[in-house]
Design a binder for this molecule. Structure first.
Ligand code: F0G
Length: 456
């Protein structure tokens, strides 16, 4: 059997870890079901002996890097996962061979020449996390969270979601033989995502509230029922998500780019990638940190406001509104972690309009790369930061495209047909490519080709 043939040496070390509160530093032996500190209600992060400031700063960076490389030739399911391939950086499982994996991670890095020109850059790259098994970056975290949930003997996992989290959780729960409960805002998530969650067997409840309301209800549910919470407040999920930064650095031949730019909703992903980068530096595998920056939609920009109004010391929740449904979040759980990453890496946060997001998505599409609207906020943000002079034309920038174009095809069609709110912005007309209705006549089609020949 291919699956049982060991082809690389076992790990050189196991990851001893503990939890630490990012607010008050408390280090409990275990977290409660809501993953919040009993002292200050902040979130936990996982720390290791080799974490930044830890007692074992020397660690095994070079050895581990060689091991990760060697595993690329292995047929073990664990080694074929772009998350577990880096398992020295993860909380160790009691039975690693039983990790719940769909071979997540291993996502491509593409060049985006048209998008680079659009943003005023010489070059631009995108790491496409939408190429994960359920079509979003969430899979990199779910493989870890669900593996732990099953080891703990939990029967149920649950999440509140704007779409991607629910589909991802449902898939991994199905693989683990566990039940999953999804709370989503009624009528506010893309149908494709709802379909995925249902297909993978989730019990799906549409609540007459928004994402933030779903989170509130779920917190009450988990305090009364034995379900394991897999929203990104779960620090083990964040550990999986940080491996995208490790994989990206490997893909960059360990030459850190100048900037990594992510869309921000609940703010865990930017925090996770930053954590990964800081750990790589502590392990001696990076001598320079990329700046990690977060882009929000103008109508869902609590982090941007917090940084503008009080330097990121406190965050005022708001009523979120944006067509980029994935990041329609007004009360982001991981805001403090995100602020710490912006500060530690010298990154920034910025907000972009609906029109800017829609245009950026069409430009990325013209590079042959599809993504969902929230992901396109990154290009819109980079164009804005470039125009402000915060990013220089020759700098190396990597966008994290978090989700797949097929999540929200209606948005794409509405934009190209001129039916989105940015329809009123004439500058965007050049980017529109609506499907044409023609007579069944070759002359009509030839005429279309001619009219397009004249365009740049
Ligand atoms: N991009 C996509 C495609 C997402 O699905 C999300 C979050 C984000 C960006 C924002 O990441 O929350 O870590 O800042 N989606 C969640 C969900 C909330 O339920 O699928 P974040």
């Amino acid at each position: 059997m291919i699956e049982s043939r060991p082809s690389v040496p076992p790990p050189v070390a196991t990851a001893a870890y503990r939890l630490r509160c990012v607010g008050c530093g408390a280090a409990p032996r275990a977290a409660g079901g809501d993953f919040r500190c009993a002292e200050c209600r902040e979130l936990f992060e996982v720390v290791y002996p080799w974490s930044p400031g830890g007692e074992d700063a020397i660690a095994h960076g070079e050895t581990w890097r060689a091991l990760w490389q060697a595993r690329r030739h292995s047929n073990l399911p664990l080694d074929q996962s772009g998350v577990w391939r880096f398992r020295e950086l993860l909380p160790v499982l009691e039975r690693p061979a039983e990790a719940i994996t769909l071979r997540e991670g291993q996502t491509p890095v593409y060049t985006l020449p048209r998008s680079a020109a659009y943003a005023g850059l010489q070059q631009l790259w995108a790491k496409h996390q939408g190429m994960n098994p359920t079509a979003s970056f969430k899979d990199t975290g779910m493989t870890v969270a669900l593996s732990r949930a099953r080891e703990m003997g939990m029967a149920w996992v649950a999440c509140a979601s704007t779409g991607n989290t629910s589909a991802s959780m449902a898939a991994y729960a199905a693989r683990a033989g566990m039940r999953s409960l999804v709370l989503i805002p009624e009528g506010k998530i893309a149908w494709g995502k709802l379909a995925q969650a249902i297909d993978y067997g989730a019990v799906t409840c549409q609540l007459q509230t928004d994402f933030d309301g779903c989170v509130r209800i779920l917190n009450q549910v988990i305090s009364r029922a034995p379900v394991y919470l897999v929203n990104s407040v779960n620090p083990f999920r964040v550990e999986g998500q940080k491996t995208a930064a490790v994989e990206l650095m490997e893909q960059c031949d360990w030459q850190a780019p100048d900037h990594i730019v992510v869309p921000g909703g609940n703010l865990a992903n930017g925090a996770a990638l930053g954590k990964g980068l800081l750990e790589l530096r502590a392990l001696g595998l990076l001598d320079r940190l990329p700046r990690v920056s977060v882009i929000q939609a103008v109508g869902a920009n609590p982090l941007v406001r917090s940084r503008r109004e009080n330097g990121g010391r406190s965050l005022q929740p708001l009523q979120a509104e944006t067509l980029a449904s994935a990041i329609r979040i007004g009360n982001p759980a991981s805001w403090r972690k995100a602020v710490q990453v912006l500060d530690a890496t010298g990154g920034t946060c910025e907000d972009v309009t609906e029109a800017e997001i829609a245009a950026a998505k069409a430009v990325i599409g013209a590079d042959g790369i599809g993504c969902e609207p929230a992901s396109a906020a990154t290009l819109a943000g980079v164009a804005k930061l470039r125009a402000q002079g915060w990013i220089q034309a020759g700098e190396r920038v990597v966008l994290i495209l978090t989700g797949h174009a097929l999540k929200d095809p209606e948005y794409t069609l509405d934009f190209h047909r001129g039916k989105l709110p940015p329809a009123t912005v004439p500058e965007l007309d050049y980017a529109r490519r609506p499907p044409l209705s023609l007579d069944a006549d070759p002359a009509a089609v030839l005429h279309v080709i001619e009219s397009w020949q004249a365009r740049p």
